[in-house]
Design a protein around this ligand. Structure first.
Ligand code: SAM
Length: 298
């Protein structure tokens, strides 16, 4: 008997737990028009923008964006069906329904493939839970703006603390992992193997060529744009300065590198890196790197 009571109680608990994707996380309050204007100004709207508001309430943000720029498109994702109906009616009344529409959907199920600007004003913990969704689904370079609260350890790229706080982030490309490339410098071929670690838009890494290993210097990552420096000894050339600039496109980085071997003038050469399954950076090296090179001080 006791076992049956326990089983029934357990079943009741299991069936009553709502699935997270159905849960309503924060209530409706409209942002003030002044705050919305500041958010959209910080986003620096462009003609090709698609503004997606996660938790769109009565539709204020996508509708304002569409009014500010006659080419911008807008999408609102809202869990309350009445607010979705009201927002779509507003879009129709204002003659914006061809560019702005609202979907009855949980923010966690939003399709962000076309988004170039994502806005949010939800409870802070909910916005933090949405970070991995945004980072996974939105393209690098997408601007993310919030009203009032930041996104914790994902540090903003821009803030406006005059009055209600407004924050903006640029979705970084995913660069963590192993990368390989070749360069032809002063008629010689060199193969580079690197390994990069990433925490949101902060990235750092190391590289190897031949038997030499060094740290990548001052790496910056803004959307898909990446830059870093490297000073490393190239066999037969000596300690060589490199300044890399490129654009990340999924499993490739395409750009240029300024290379300055000792005693030679700077040369700019094409750079094309590819992502690899594992990094030769960790491969075994001999002891050559500990032996004195002709151009090195003891
Ligand atoms: C504070 S209001 C912000 C409304 C609008 N973004 C604005 O700034 O004027 C938050 C909205 O998010 C909606 N919401 C809450 N949890 C949600 C979820 N999980 N998915 C989609 N919408 C949600 C609420 O119904 C509410 O309309």
């Amino acid at each position: 008997m006791l076992r049956r009571v326990l089983l029934v109680t357990l079943l009741a608990i299991v069936t009553e737990v709502p699935t997270p994707s159905q849960e309503r996380f924060s209530f409706f309050a409209a942002s003030s028009p002044e705050v919305v204007e500041r958010m959209l100004k910080m986003a620096r709207l462009r003609d090709d923008d698609v503004v997606v508001d996660l938790g769109s309430g009565n539709g204020l943000i996508p509708l304002t964006a569409a009014r500010m720029n006659p080419r911008v498109r807008g999408l609102g994702i809202e869990i309350d069906p009445n607010l979705v109906a009201e927002s779509n009616q507003r879009a129709k009344t204002e003659g914006l329904a061809d560019r702005v529409h609202f979907e009855h959907r949980n923010a966690f199920d939003a399709d962000l493939r076309d988004a170039t600007v994502v806005t949010m004003w939800l409870f802070p913990e909910l916005m933090r839970l949405l970070r991995p969704i945004i980072l996974e689904r939105a393209a690098p370079g997408t601007r993310v703006l919030t009203n009032s609260w930041d996104l914790g350890s994902w540090k903003p790229d821009e803030v406006d603390l005059n009055g209600t706080s407004i924050y903006m982030w640029i979705v970084p490309a995913r660069v963590a992992g192993a990368w390989e490339w070749e360069l032809s410098v002063a008629g010689k071929q060199f193969r580079y193997s690197s390994f990069v670690e990433q925490h949101f838009q902060t990235a750092e890494g190391v590289a190897r060529t031949g038997d030499r290993r060094e740290v990548l210097e001052s790496m910056t990552l803004r959307g898909a744009d990446i830059t870093f420096g490297l000073k490393i000894t190239l066999d037969g050339l000596g300690l060589t300065r490199h300044e890399f600039t490129g654009k990340v496109d999924n499993d490739h980085i395409v750009g240029t590198v300024k290379v300055t071997p000792p005693g030679q003038s700077e040369m700019t050469i094409p750079w094309r890196a590819r992502r690899s399954e594992r990094s030769d950076y960790f491969g075994r090296t001999g002891t050559a790197m500990f032996q004195k090179q002709p151009d090195q001080e003891p």
